[in-house]
Design a protein around this ligand. Structure first.
Ligand SMILES: NC(=O)c1ccc[n+]([C@@H]2O[C@H](COP(=O)([O-])OP(=O)(O)OC[C@H]3O[C@@H](n4cnc5c(N)ncnc54)[C@H](OP(=O)(O)O)[C@@H]3O)[C@@H](O)[C@H]2O)c1
Length: 338
């Protein structure tokens, strides 16, 4: 088992000048939580960042906050020389709702009309333990948000990622980062994406559905790394980041919400990491130039950049191949070919 952090801090990764080295990143769900801090540091490192999300007003609000934070951080740079060498990037909005497949196709078209290259795709957006609901595309909401839509988005962007790798062969290969979770371990051994798992009690089965979706995401990254050695594919568990919006369904429940909030705070006290620490894991896998297709492709990393062994089901390449075929088939049934 290897570690990717090699004790580098985020500040030690290369800073780019966007007018000279225009490196482009897309991140889903960059307006809050782990995604927010990931965007902040990519921006500080000179990346042109497209924040893909479903609310323009949340994007505008978070851009303002990111700019304020970025300027405060820049004031702490040690010398004027340092400030001159470190350029801020750009922030752009890309409208995308992961519960709607057509919105993903539209987002890809819009992105391609604006940019010719893509160096980094971070599939960060996700939902956790929501009540059983079907999306307008007739998928269970956690499966579509956490896996099917990132699958579609990634495969539609793959040609541009490959083209970027060919064009910029002297720099690191383009990367795809997928935010999985230690919760992928909740998937049961009879792994089957066709099963709706709409059973009672829902507050138990919802966790199993989350586990299935995040396991399918690991399958996807493993399959892609085998099929496509031109792009570096990595899975991340950012640690237990207990103060993000991902827990808000539970903490907003009437009456019992306060109990869940207390439970999450106590859990965070013992096992949690800060949102910025969670984002550091994503940034390490995104920016660390020691990571290569040859050594690291398809691997899964956890807190402090440690490589983690995924569950047996997530590691099983027969299941991974079935996940791939099942998803292509389901998308084709909805009129979408890859
Ligand atoms: N927090 C943890 O302890 C933890 C642990 C393991 C893994 N993770 C994973 O880390 C990732 C980030 O989670 P977080 O903790 O930072 O949670 P978060 O603050 O809730 O961030 C999730 C992001 O996903 C976006 N999103 C949700 N549904 C969407 C949709 N239909 N279309 C577009 N965007 C959508 C949200 O956007 P809106 O603002 O529009 O809602 C939000 O920006 C998730 O994939 C999560 O599963 C988190």
């Amino acid at each position: 088992m290897t570690s990717v952090s090699s004790s580098l801090k985020v500040e030690q990764y290369a800073y780019l000048n966007p007018s000279r080295d225009r490196r482009i990143a897309i991140i889903t769900g960059g307006n809050s939580g782990v995604g927010f801090y990931t965007v902040l540091h990519l921006y500080l490192h000179g990346y042109v960042v497209y924040i893909a999300g479903r609310s323009k007003s949340r994007f505008v609000k978070s851009c303002k906050e990111i700019n304020e934070k970025a300027h405060r951080i820049r004031l702490k740079y040690k010398s004027e020389e340092e400030s001159k060498q470190r350029h801020l990037g750009e922030l752009h909005y890309l409208e995308l709702d992961l519960t709607n497949l057509q919105s993903i196709l539209r987002a890809v078209d819009i992105f391609k009309s604006r940019e010719s290259y893509l160096h980094l795709l971070i599939n960060n957006a996700g939902v956790m333990a929501l009540p059983y609901t079907l999306t307008q595309d007739n998928f269970e909401i956690q499966l579509q948000t956490n896996f099917i839509s990132p699958f579609l988005l990634t495969l539609k962007l793959l040609p541009i990622l490959e083209r970027t790798g060919d064009k910029f062969s002297q720099i690191e290969r383009p990367r795809i980062i997928y935010l999985s979770s230690i919760g992928h371990q909740f998937a049961l051994s009879n792994f089957n994406l066709s099963k709706s798992m709409n059973y009672k009690p829902d507050f138990i089965f919802t966790w199993l559905r989350y586990g299935v979706a995040k396991t399918a995401g690991i399958h996807f990254m493993k399959m892609l790394s085998l099929r496509n050695p031109k792009v570096l594919c990595l899975c991340i568990h950012p640690g237990f980041v207990m103060n993000t919006n991902i827990f808000s369904y539970w903490t907003n429940l009437p009456i019992v919400g306060i109990l869940f909030w207390c439970f999450f705070q106590i859990f965070a006290w013992f096992f949690g990491v800060t949102t910025e620490q969670g984002a550091t894991e994503v940034l390490t896998s995104s920016l660390n130039s020691n990571l290569t297709v040859e050594k690291n492709n398809g691997k899964y990393y956890g807190p402090r950049g440690k490589e983690i062994e995924p569950s047996k089901i997530a590691n099983n390449m027969d299941y991974a191949a079935r996940t791939w075929i099942w998803t292509i088939h389901e998308l084709a049934e909805r009129g979408i070919t890859i």
